[in-house]
Design a protein around this ligand. Structure first.
Ligand code: GCB
Length: 643
């Protein structure tokens, strides 16, 4: 009993911390009280190619139809705009681009004053300003995360007009954006044309831009469920779901909260806005290959009723809930108190033509490939991925290390107060968006920052403690490279993640250095911090179809040899404190042009078109073997029959 009380007290304490974020960012879902209208498809588009990129604002392009301001083209949404046309100046464009779409909504959305109409942008790169019928409704700094604005009242001003949505998006990166970058003006008239400037970036992926995720309109009643937070635990075969529902639009409302199992049976219920739901004979959420029934989700249905002098309001929202726990010891990562070994991949949101635009065929293909490979996890290198992807992870039991866009923090000026304040805001937005996903088991606050610089120690201490305070239920990491001087964040993290490219960037061509250098890497980090370690990146470029034996760099044989050599050391260290290995990268991806990149980064084990290189088969054999050893596979899945 005592044990149970302690559990419940813990649940209450941590939930209060998660609640510090008081406004919600619930994923828009249809229900009996909510309608949804996707604005995917063709938008009107114009890049502002004026010398200062500011003509659109100076001439107020949002005030009229975009086509009336000058030449426009068709642009699909969601998609990056870079690879859609044959125009290299649009591919490499830096500055403001303008999107526009006219929408007609059902009349009742306008006539019913008790309806809220919300415009939501899943993500746009990077800075966005949004107008409806020429009036500014919101702006947002940073890509990868959603933002929204209530626009019903504005639409009601002139119900006869269709609703014209204008979104201006600017992909310029500065020292204070995430990721950071710099704009460099080249003033030498002998070398450069007049007004020439470039965007410098410090990360290794193409700076795709545009509206990358769906834009939609959705409705809620005037009194509505604004947010739901759940924190889960279990003891023996009883599960606990501590929850909190935030209501907006009324001081009081009646709530009914019901937890349903997969078959639609109610397993627990309550009439309170917050409390603990007790689930007998709980079915836990398990990772793929760790259990015969991975990714089990309950559905928490929240039913709200409220009234004012004019009307009554009813709102319904259903949140998928997975019941599981996550803990870290000095040497282990525990999911539901069982050791979990990450055998997975690093990904990118990246593909031909659409760039970083959300694409369902690609998402489903990638999940099929990950499952084929026997991967149980991935890291969202180097920015938050679409919520639709995390929902797939919840359902399929794919474990996620959720990374914020803190990549390429290399300049000392990017450790200043303004940068830190923005980084903290981005972590707030990320935790607010992803806190309820059972698949998300750890936050990553940055990738390979220049953490040896003096201000980094305080920067990362503040950032990591802030993140832990936001969400005490998940461990926090930051990703370092093999330079030991860059350990300034290490004292504060729960898990050490290290990227290393022995025999590639260091001692290129010398495969024989891998065992000694990798061994030293692990011993040094563990010796100093006694924290579990994930090899968060390792790999080698392989141009598909390029062969040589003995292996040479850039051939499929060399990639194989690097993988095998790393795996030998992982097999020694995973018996001690190494808790995971994530290949760099799942698939080839586009980068900026440069002398080390031949049409992009070729470290994928799949090509950009998702066909396997030889390395994919090595990884497949290994991952299924690891799953058989570390997981709890039922006999009939012991080995995929294709092996
Ligand atoms: C890294 C980076 C990743 C790069 C990779 C590479 O350490 O984290 O963004 O793409 O190395 O291939 O150079």
């Amino acid at each position: 009993f005592c044990h149970l009380m302690l559990r419940l007290l813990w649940l209450f304490a941590v939930l209060d911390a998660v609640l510090l974020l008081d406004t919600g960012m619930l994923f828009p879902r249809e229900s009996s009280s909510r309608e949804l209208k996707e604005l995917s498809g063709l938008w009107v588009f114009r890049a502002d190619k004026s010398p200062n990129r500011n003509q659109g604002f100076e001439r107020a392009w949002y005030k009229s139809r975009l086509a009336e301001t000058g030449p426009v083209i068709d642009m699909p949404v969601p998609a990056s705009y870079n690879d859609i046309t044959q125009d290299s100046t649009l591919r490499d464009f830096i500055g403001w681009v303008w999107y526009e779409r006219e929408v007609v909504v059902p009349a009742r959305w306008i006539t019913d004053e008790g309806t809220r109409v919300v415009l939501r942008v899943g993500s746009a790169h990077y800075n966005s300003v949004v107008w409806v019928n020429g009036e500014k409704v919101t702006e947002h700094a940073g890509g990868h995360l959603p933002f929204e604005a209530e626009i019903g009242s504005l639409m009601r001003k002139d119900p006869t007009r269709p609703c014209r949505i204008t979104i201006a998006v600017n992909n310029t990166l500065t020292l204070e954006t995430l990721p950071p970058g710099t704009i460099q003006h080249m003033n030498d008239p002998i070398k450069y044309p007049d007004g020439y400037f470039v965007q410098n970036i410090y990360f290794d992926f193409f700076n795709y831009a545009g509206i990358h995720r769906p834009v939609l309109l959705y409705t809620t009643p005037k009194v509505y469920v604004d947010d739901i937070t759940v924190v889960t635990d279990f003891l023996d075969n009883t599960g606990f779901v501590r929850y909190q529902v935030s209501v907006k639009g009324a001081a009081t409302a009646t709530l009914k909260v019901t937890l349903m199992d997969k078959d639609g049976h109610c397993v627990a219920s309550s009439n309170e806005a917050s409390g603990v739901l007790k689930v007998v004979d709980v079915k836990l959420w398990w990772p793929y290959l760790m259990h015969e029934n991975p990714g089990y989700l309950y559905s928490m249905e929240v039913h709200l009723m409220a009234a004012d002098e004019r009307s009554t309001y009813e709102d319904v929202y259903a949140l998928p809930v997975g019941i599981r726990t996550v803990k870290v010891t000095n040497t282990q990562f525990l999911i539901n108190n069982k050791p979990f070994y990450f055998h997975g991949v690093n990904k990118h949101e990246d593909s031909d033509i659409r760039g970083k635009g959300l694409d369902w065929p690609l998402i489903v293909k990638d999940f099929n490939l990950m499952k084929w490979l026997g991967a149980n996890s991935f890291r969202t290198s180097h920015y938050p991925y679409a919520e639709e992807i995390l929902q797939m992870c919840d359902r399929h039991g794919i474990v996620v290390i959720d990374e914020c866009p803190g990549v390429g923090i290399k300049d000392i000026r990017s450790f200043g107060n303004a940068s830190l304040a923005h980084h903290l805001d981005v972590m707030d937005e990320l935790v607010r968006r992803d806190k309820n996903h059972p698949s998300v088991v750890m936050w990553s606050v940055a990738n390979e920052p220049a953490a040896e610089m003096q201000p980094a120690a305080l920067y990362f201490k503040t950032l990591i403690t802030h993140t832990k305070a936001l969400d005490p239920t998940r461990p926090v990491t930051f990703i370092t490279d093999s330079n030991y001087a860059r350990d300034k964040g290490a004292p504060y993290v729960d898990v050490i993640c290290v990227n290393s490219y022995f025999s590639w960037y260091h001692d290129p061509g010398h495969l024989e250095v891998i065992p000694i250098q990798l061994n030293a890497q692990f011993e040094n980090w563990y010796g100093k911090y006694q924290k579990p370690i994930i090899q968060s990146e390792y790999g080698a470029d392989a141009v598909p179809g390029l062969h040589s034996d003995p292996p040479m760099m850039f051939t499929e044989e060399y990639q194989n040899a690097v993988l095998r050599s790393y795996h030998d050391i992982f097999d020694q260290k995973r018996k001690q404190y190494v808790i995971g290995e994530l290949i760099w990268n799942f698939a080839d991806f586009m980068t900026a042009q440069g002398i080390t990149r031949v049409v992009g980064n070729k470290k994928g084990i799949f090509t950009r078109q998702r066909q396997p290189k030889a390395g994919a088969f090595i990884l497949k054999e290994r991952y299924w073997r690891l799953a058989n050893e570390t997981g709890r596979l039922p006999p009939w899945t012991k080995y995929p029959c294709s092996l």
